[in-house]
Design a protein around this ligand. Structure first.
Ligand SMILES: Nc1ncnc2c1ncn2[C@@H]1O[C@H](COP(=O)(O)OP(=O)(O)O)[C@@H](O)[C@H]1O
Ligand SMILES: [Mg+2]
Length: 284
């Protein structure tokens, strides 16, 4: 028996990464075979002198759900915020590498960042409805665009609330404040607002972390319904959630991509011991 091929005899990647060594990510073929909506290529990011992302290459399949997992501080939110250039607002930030949306660089000279963010709706950990009515929350992106046609606004409002599985709960109180909704409803309201501008990509950063199990279940059902119409990139620290909602899972550690493949493979037969240790809760 050739035990030198046993993964357990290989030096630990986690230890190598902790020593600052570059380690090649383990990318399953299925990921590369899928049509990408977003291609992150050899992407590096620094907060001042501190490097937070190291040489990340990650293709995000179109109209499917991709989960980013990894211990707290490994760079999941940083990566998510890079994709719609939300990080641009941070002082001292520098980046290197490329991110393509449908084949076009998001960093191209003249790229319209406002337009980019419309194409990539974002939902955060804590629901952040605006202090205005449910109706105005949803149509906010259209108002910014100067849309005044009441019929258009009403239609988009209904469509988006239906899309976010909230319509039936709020259709009789559209002019009440969005702040009066429960936490789970507020988060679905934020998803409705995100889809009102008809984005291609939805970026969800731990969207259920402030919600109870029932509200979390509703958001997970919603993600399942949105699959197919939107490319979804979701950060979650909840392994069960990643395995329930996503088609693909990327495991990150200390700012690097470690393993990326179909969710069933990542959770049932990962190629790397480090991934297995993380998804089975042995560290993190
Ligand atoms: N605005 C910021 N300024 C400086 N450092 C930051 C900033 N945001 C995040 N970081 C650092 O970058 C690393 C990655 O953070 P983050 O992307 O929030 O990780 P995660 O979402 O996986 O928990 C951490 O070390 C964190 O402290
Ligand atoms: Mg985070």
């Amino acid at each position: 028996m050739n035990i030198s091929n046993e993964p357990h005899d290989q030096p630990s990647r986690i230890a190598e990464i902790a020593d600052g060594k570059a380690v090649k990510a383990e990318i399953h073929d299925e990921v590369m075979a899928a049509e990408p909506a977003v291609q992150i290529q050899e992407f590096n990011l620094w907060y001042g002198a501190k490097q937070a992302l190291h040489n990340i290459t990650l293709h995000i399949p179109r109209n499917q759900v991709t989960a980013l997992i990894g211990p707290s501080g490994c760079g999941k939110s940083t990566l998510l915020r890079s994709v719609n250039r939300m990080n641009d607002l941070i002082d001292g930030l520098s980046v290197q590498g490329e991110i393509l949306l449908r084949g076009e660089s998001i960093f191209a000279p003249g790229a319209d960042v406002i337009e980019l963010r419309k194409r990539m709706g974002m939902v955060f950990q804590k629901p952040n409805p605006f202090p205005m009515s449910i109706f105005e929350n949803v149509v906010f992106p259209l108002r910014i665009d100067g849309q005044r046609d009441k019929k258009v606004l009403r239609e988009v409002c209904e469509q988006s609330l239906r899309g976010a599985a909230l319509w039936n709960e709020v259709k009789d109180r559209l002019h009440e404040s969005g702040l009066g909704l429960s936490g789970g409803q507020q988060q679905r309201l934020c998803i409705a607002r995100a889809i009102a501008s008809d984005p291609e990509v939805l970026l969800l950063d731990e969207p259920c972390s402030a919600l109870d199990p029932l509200a979390t279940g509703k958001i997970e059902d919603l993600i399942d319904e949105l699959r197919g119409n939107y490319t979804i990139l979701i950060v979650t620290h909840n392994m069960q959630q990643a395995s329930r909602v996503s088609d693909f899972t990327a495991f990150m550690y200390l700012g690097r991509l470690i393993e990326y493949g179909p969710t069933t493979q990542i959770f049932t037969k990962p190629r790397l011991r480090e991934t297995e240790d993380y998804v089975t809760g042995r560290f993190g």
